[in-house]
Ligand binder design. Structure first.
Ligand SMILES: Nc1ncnc2c1ncn2[C@@H]1O[C@H](COP(=O)(O)OP(=O)(O)OP(=O)(O)O)[C@@H](O)[C@H]1O
Length: 255
């Protein structure tokens, strides 16, 4: 369970980029964050795994507050958080299998990591994960020769190699065509439902949020202005999330 309480962030110490952001994502749940450009969606995701330092609040993964961990503890905690990026973040000259294996680097000593020393059991698991995302036949193909949708599925398999409790996705479908979009979103949904992972996705596509989310979080100017089911995401609610001056009281903020 991910619980975010009263998260706050200012990059320059003056303008508030996140103000009092609170929400939860349960295991087996897909939560989607929507909101206009510059609203703070990426800032939230980067705060959650502490890639940037926020200013205040709590980030509880189960009962552990990630904000209170020292470096070594945070490194271990990050192994439980898979990241999926818009631009895939793969090492293009390496094969799909090698990229997936990189998912377990966080659990290795520096030396084993440096020399890419993987156990046979890890190689087998990486192969099985590639099969799970429908890429068993592409395991030994260089990532540079894969399509965007295939690359994103390699990214998902790499995240699964970490055995994550939480997967954070920053605009995972922004570079994909409609067919690959559906494949990737269906895969993320299946992982949540079948593997009990909490999945949190930043999106720009409201229709995709309506279709695939269990729970939608609307952000405007660094503040949660909507937190409810897709059924409650009416056109009026969407207009409020994307308006220049949001009125939080008008639509359901149940957090
Ligand atoms: N490294 C940074 N330094 C200073 N300001 C930043 C930095 N990163 C983001 N910001 C500012 O914080 C605010 C939120 O940015 P963020 O990237 O989180 O928004 P977003 O909702 O993800 O936008 P988009 O949908 O365009 O990706 C914006 O005003 C942005 O200019």
């Amino acid at each position: 369970m991910l619980t975010v309480n009263h998260l706050a962030k200012s990059y320059d110490g003056e303008k508030k980029n996140l103000t009092d952001v609170s929400f939860q994502v349960a295991p087996s749940e897909v939560a989607v964050i929507i909101g206009p450009s510059g609203a703070g969606k990426t800032t939230i995701l980067r705060s959650l795994n502490q890639l940037i330092k926020d200013d205040d609040g709590e980030i509880l993964l189960d009962d552990v507050d990630l904000r209170q961990l020292n470096r070594a503890e945070l490194r271990r905690a990050r192994c439980q958080i898979g990241m999926i990026f818009q631009n895939y973040n793969l090492i293009e000259p390496l094969t799909a299998l090698e990229n997936v294996l990189h998912g377990c680097l966080g659990t290795k000593s520096n030396l084993a990591g440096m020399f890419s020393l993987y156990r046979n059991s890890e190689k087998l698991e990486a192969l099985q994960l590639l099969q799970k995302v429908g890429l068993g036949d592409f395991a030994y193909q260089q990532c540079r020769s894969l399509s965007g949708g295939q690359k994103q599925r390699v990214g998902i398999a790499r995240a699964l190699m970490q055995h994550p409790k939480l997967i954070l996705c920053d605009e995972p479908i922004a570079s994909l065509d409609p067919k690959s979009t559906r494949t990737v979103m269906t895969l993320l949904r299946d992982l949540a439902v079948n593997d009990g992972i909490s999945v949190l996705i930043n999106l720009h596509q409201v229709d995709i949020a309506r279709e695939f989310a269990d729970h939608v979080i609307g952000i405007n100017q660094g503040t949660v202005v909507f937190d409810d089911s897709p059924a409650a995401l009416t056109d009026t609610a969407v207009a409020n999330i994307y308006r220049k001056q949001p009125v939080a009281e008008e639509v359901g903020v149940n957090g």
